[in-house]
Design a protein around this ligand. Structure first.
Ligand SMILES: [Zn+2]
Length: 495
């Protein structure tokens, strides 16, 4: 592999355990590894990249990314009051929309490729998948495992993949109520399948693809299943992720069922640990919208003591009226916090900005949600959650996952001249990304994906969308056409 020197740009270097701004500096990588960050490199070089006017940053880690052009977007303004705006009970998606003549396997492949391409173009180099592809505990099977691996390998991205499992589900009933049902056999079967998938595919695509286990939701996993999953992960040596305390509703359900908060439930099941990422940990006892004793902030303490990380996806929750209290609180307590886009669009810059602004609002404190805390979350926070010391940073020995952002633009230049990180967090957008290098391979140049057929990708994604919309249009839920839940801002003009 040739040795490449990136020069003439400002570099966010990793020095003494933290990011630092290095003006007019150099980054050298050889194969998949960075070999030098600093000034005055005097080794042999095969090719040079002029980064004048660009900011050189570590590739961003999207630690919670779903595929698909998500239907959430169409129901934003009509959330269903009876489910407290939660995504729970969206059995209407699984049982009706996804299978009522909905997208076909090849459409799911297209939607995954679309999501990965848009993530890549906006500076993501590593993503951890929120599975809505392959085998899913309430969506059934969409696409094949091999499809998922093939699409991911072709994307060039670094990825953590999993097939989720759980021993129950929250089901929206026709009468408008929501019920949690136990499905133990499905949980055990799902765990077997997930372990098979994890064992078979870990380390593929030159080790760009790694696998993890994902008991999908704490409120839908029995203690026995959690314990068995933890053991299986230990045996495989892999990471764990789980959805916890996402909504007001699952917090209340866990109190009702177990008299424990969702975090306490996981702690008592001996599930938490440094290899575990908790998504999204919004409704802990500390949340001001819960009339629950705040006492000594036990939920935070349990997370800290366990070493578990929290995945934060501010945009997707803000859309339905929920907000974490707060990223800064977790960071300052010592909990690794990562950022994720969850649903589309997969623009980590939008995610960073939203995280920062919401954090200042929730804490009623402009010094909370600092650009430093937020940029750390999108880089080394994600790396800590993945237990990787070679990602999310530009230093010798780290993986050559490198992004060049064009800061020579009117909305960035004045701020970037003083503080490039504040410019990125408060002003930048995915479209400002100029070049993306993953594992030493340049995948995006001049803002465009190399070797990618974007027109074909858009066309395939549109077919996916059409089939998804058509299946929604044919569905009825609680006596109403499902389209009632997927309205448009203005009616179409009928001539
Ligand atoms: Zn999620």
């Amino acid at each position: 592999m040739p040795t490449t020197l990136i020069e003439n740009g400002d570099v966010i270097a990793y020095v003494d355990g933290a990011h630092a701004v290095l003006r007019d500096a150099q980054v050298v990588y050889d194969g998949d590894r960075i070999v030098f960050v600093g000034h005055g490199y005097d080794g042999a070089v095969d090719q040079r990249v002029d980064a004048h006017g660009k900011l050189v940053i570590p590739g961003l880690i999207n630690h919670h990314m779903a595929f698909g052009i998500h239907m959430q977007m169409y129901r934003l303004d009509r959330a269903r009051a009876n489910f407290f705006n939660s995504g729970l009970g969206f059995g209407i998606q699984s049982e009706k929309a996804y299978h009522g003549g909905g997208p076909r396997p090849e459409d799911w492949r297209a939607s995954a490729a679309f999501a990965m391409t848009s993530a890549l173009r906006s500076g993501t180099t590593t993503f951890l998948m929120v599975p809505n592809y392959g085998s899913h505990p309430y969506r059934g099977r969409v696409g094949t495992d091999q499809d998922l691996i093939d699409v991911t390998a072709a994307s060039g991205l670094r990825a953590y993949l999993s097939l989720p499992h759980m021993s129950g589900t929250a089901r929206g009933k026709e009468d408008g109520t929501l019920e949690w049902v136990r499905l133990d056999a499905a949980g055990w079967e799902g765990l077997d399948h997930a372990v098979d998938f994890a064992r078979t595919h870990n380390g593929t695509a030159d080790d760009r693809i790694r696998t993890f286990l994902f008991p999908y939701q704490a409120d839908n996993c029995s203690v026995e299943l959690l314990r068995a999953t933890k053991d299986a992960a230990r045996e495989l040596g892999c990471l764990l992720k789980i959805h916890t305390a996402q909504y007001w509703l699952d917090f209340v359900e866990m109190i009702r069922r177990t008299s424990k908060t969702p975090i306490q439930y996981l702690a008592d099941a001996d599930f938490l640990g440094p290899e575990v990422c908790v998504a999204h940990a919004i409704f802990t006892q500390r949340h001001p919208w819960l009339p629950y004793p705040k006492d000594d902030d036990t939920d935070t303490r349990l997370l800290v003591e366990s070493g578990a990380s929290v995945a934060h996806c501010p945009v997707v929750y803000a859309r339905t009226g929920f907000v974490l209290h707060s990223l800064s609180h977790y960071v300052r307590a010592g909990i690794p916090v990562s950022l994720g886009t969850d649903t589309s669009p997969h623009d980590m810059f939008m995610e960073m900005r939203t995280a920062a602004l919401l954090n200042k609002l929730t804490e009623a404190d402009a010094t909370a949600g600092t650009a430093r805390e937020i940029f750390d979350a999108a880089t080394i926070g994600g790396a800590r959650a993945l237990l990787r010391e070679d990602l999310g940073r530009l230093e010798a020995g780290a993986k050559a996952d490198i992004v060049l952002v064009d800061v020579d633009r009117d909305h960035l230049a004045p701020v970037a001249a003083v503080d490039p990180i504040q410019a990125l967090v408060y002003c930048a957008r995915g479209k400002d990304v100029d070049r993306v290098i993953v594992d030493g391979v340049t995948r995006v140049r001049g803002g465009e994906v190399i070797d990618g057929d974007l027109d074909a990708l858009f066309a395939d994604a549109e077919i996916f969308n059409q089939r998804l919309r058509a299946s929604v249009a044919n569905s009825v839920h609680q006596g109403q056409p499902v389209t009632e839940y997927y309205g448009t801002a203005f009616p179409a003009w009928k001539e």
